[in-house]
Design a protein around this ligand. Structure first.
Ligand code: CP
Ligand code: NVA
Length: 301
């Protein structure tokens, strides 16, 4: 059997993704019932983190433990990865000892090179270009709160970043319309937008982009690695904050998501985080359930 990887949402078919999201809902129930389910007993996940994380680390590590397996945290600070050992060699070595590898890094090419040299599944746990694991949780959260997302309208407000790119892929795979509001100079990748022009539209104001929308999503204005641009970005994104008043202009049953961590008072107001339409903490918890479904899909035949 060929090894499957999860580097972007396009690595799974729309049918596989839908099955996975429904399985995530079931795995959540299994855990809430207190039932023991250990399909990955004695299996080991290597977790390579070149950027910080709370949700991704905790969800993968807890998920592996709940599945009866084990997870190893590998930081470049204390492995040879940080001293320049080639990705190709690291992939051969790590994948000869572990059963699955998760990587959070900067350059998307790193996860592609690792996967090309790995004997075991490789999962993208965020690169500068994509964050597909977060989308699994977001799609599960929408399903649980509002039912199927197919045919709905989603609005992305803010930076055309890794999360925005994964939303574009999700629009294609889960079949929804995506309205993106971003300031000039902060648009998502032009080729990706062009390839999905049948369902993705760019707007210049959040007010236009939220019209008719069932889900409003935002993310920080300066992503990891862009800390030095924080001040300049705060200027550029003035007027792009998601507030209860902005939500009022969307559909009456619209909900709000944010992958977290959030900067209250910047991309989202403090009131919005606590608004009844905000599902951000369900969304965060679903990282656990959705990624367990992903691990089961990739590792249990
Ligand atoms: N949303 C997300 O990936 O969070 P962490 O950076 O805490 O993992
Ligand atoms: N766009 C953010 C997402 C964090 C989960 C970043 O890359 O820092």
């Amino acid at each position: 059997m060929t090894t499957r990887h999860f580097l972007t949402l396009l690595d799974l078919s729309p049918e596989e993704l839908n099955t996975l999201i429904h399985r995530a809902v079931e795995l959540k129930q299994i855990r809430n019932n207190g039932d023991i389910y250990e399909p990955l007993k004695n299996q080991v996940m290597a977790m390579i983190f070149e950027k910080s994380s709370t949700r991704t680390r905790v969800s993968f590590e807890a998920g592996m433990a709940q599945f009866g397996g084990h997870a190893l945290f590998l930081s470049p600070r204390d492995t040879q990865l940080g001293r320049g050992e080639p990705i190709e060699d690291s992939a051969r070595v790590i994948s000869s000892m572990c059963d699955v590898v998760m990587i959070r890094t900067f350059d998307h090419n790193t996860v592609e090179t690792f996967a090309a040299n790995s004997k075991v599944p490789v999962i993208n746990a965020l690169t500068d270009d994509y964050h597909p694991c977060q989308l699994l949780a977001d799609m599960q959260t929408f399903l649980e709160h509002r039912g199927a997302i197919k045919g709905k309208t989603v609005t992305w407000i803010g930076d055309g970043n890794n999360m925005c790119h994964s939303y574009i892929n999700a629009a294609r795979q889960f079949d929804f319309k995506l309205q993106i509001a971003c300031p000039e100079g902060f648009a998502p990748n032009t080729e990706l937008v062009a390839a999905n022009s049948d369902r993705v539209t760019i707007y210049r104001t959040p007010e236009e982009a939220v019209k008719g929308s069932h889900l409003i999503v935002t993310d920080v204005w300066a992503s990891m690695g862009q800390e030095e641009e924080q001040k300049e970005r705060e200027q550029a994104f003035t007027g792009y904050q998601v507030t209860p008043e902005l939500m009022d202009q969307a559909e009456s049953d619209a909900i709000f998501m944010h992958c977290l961590p959030a900067h209250r008072g910047e991309e989202v107001s403090a009131e919005m985080m606590d608004d009844p339409r905000s599902v951000v903490f369900d969304e965060a918890e679903n990282r656990l359930h959705a990624q367990k479904a992903l691990l089961e899909f990739l590792m249990v035949s």
